[in-house]
Design a protein around this ligand. Structure first.
Ligand SMILES: Cc1ncc(C[n+]2csc(CCOP(=O)(O)OP(=O)(O)O)c2C)c(N)n1
Length: 307
């Protein structure tokens, strides 16, 4: 089915308790629109699971299973092998999904195993750059110098000390045949990537940046605009890797200064106080590195490297 026809399908219903302007809710709805009704979803604990399934209601119009924080990929793998053993897998797609904590931190072992065993699963990471469900703690995907409740700026520290872990390239290093990044300011691009992923047999990884109103500290009407700015400042590059080759990079026509993205967010407010300039320079360097991403081999040797 073409992306245009998929717009009218709504498989994640409104009426849930997500925050107004939740980027993750927009993304999850788009993922399911693109995937269509013949999917089964394994969903790790996190915001998405909590606000869509407040007992006795559910937003999900597809078979959906709640897993632990760490094991959505393993639960999805179990579903795939079981359905295959029962001879009931034909025409079904399986999606495993989690936040950035469930993906890059506690779930990474199960994901690695799922990739390694070659399960026919699309894994979606909804990256809101922190453990938002439990009170905005840092994760391995929190950006450098962002404020979270466990990386506060103050006398002894200056926000998050580490750079964002490169989860898409960790997936590529496993030899996964399709890896892509997306965000909610590019809904057609996001849906096309879901459809492309589901056409391919084997493990697939889609990493979606999803702005979080309370965790990032911005006005709720800015969600889509901030996602756009993340791409236009090169702080979140949009790309696709197919069989070890960076196949497409969606570059901004003109790069915007990183401040345009950072300034509206309270988690970066300390960078605009005296002393912040050095950190801004570090972030400009990261954006500059990202801007050099070009189509070509992503893996030069080992599993998944192009012939
Ligand atoms: C083993 C384990 N440790 C901690 C928790 C508590 N917990 C539930 S959700 C969550 C954070 C989820 O963060 P993330 O995966 O980034 O998703 P988000 O809520 O940000 O969408 C934590 C720490 C848990 N459920 N299980």
């Amino acid at each position: 089915m073409a992306v245009e026809e998929r717009w009218v399908i709504n498989l994640m219903e409104p009426g849930h308790t997500g925050c107004a302007g939740c980027g993750q809710a927009i993304a999850a709805r788009l993922v399911l629109k693109a995937a269509g009704p013949r999917v089964i979803v394994a969903n790790a604990t996190g915001c998405l699971e909590v606000y869509t399934t407040t007992y006795p209601r559910s937003s999900w119009e597809v078979p959906w299973i709640h897993s632990l924080f760490e094991n959505a990929a393993a639960v999805a793998a179990g579903m795939e092998v079981t359905l295959k053993a029962m001879g009931r897998y034909e025409g079904i797609k399986i999606i495993a999904q989690a936040g950035d904590g469930g993906t890059a931190d506690i779930g990474i072992g199960c994901i690695s195993g799922m990739f390694e065993r070659g399960h026919d699963i699309l894994y979606v990471c909804y990256d809101n750059e922190g453990y938002m469900n439990t009170g905005y703690q840092r994760s391995g995907l929190t950006p450098l110098r962002a404020r979270t409740t466990t990386s506060p700026p103050g006398r002894l520290s200056y926000g998050n000390r580490t750079r964002k872990k490169n989860m898409p390239m960790i997936a590529v290093a496993h030899g996964v045949p399709y890896v892509a990044t997306a965000t909610v300011s590019e809904p057609r691009d996001l849906m096309r990537k879901v459809q492309r992923a589901l056409e391919i047999e084997g493990p697939k990884y889609l990493h979606i940046l999803v702005p979080c109103v309370p965790g990032w500290g911005y006005e709720s009407e800015l969600t889509v605009e901030l996602a756009r700015l993340a791409v236009e400042t090169n702080l979140f590059p949009l790309f696709e890797v197919e069989n070890g080759v960076i196949a497409r990079v969606k570059k901004p026509k003109e790069a915007r200064p990183v401040e345009d993205y950072l300034r509206p967010q309270r988690r970066f407010a300390h960078l605009f106080q005296p002393g912040g300039e050095e950190v801004l320079e570090e972030l400009r360097r990261i954006a500059e590195e990202n801007s050099r991403l070009e189509p070509g081999p992503a893996r030069l040797f080992g599993p998944g490297a192009p012939e």
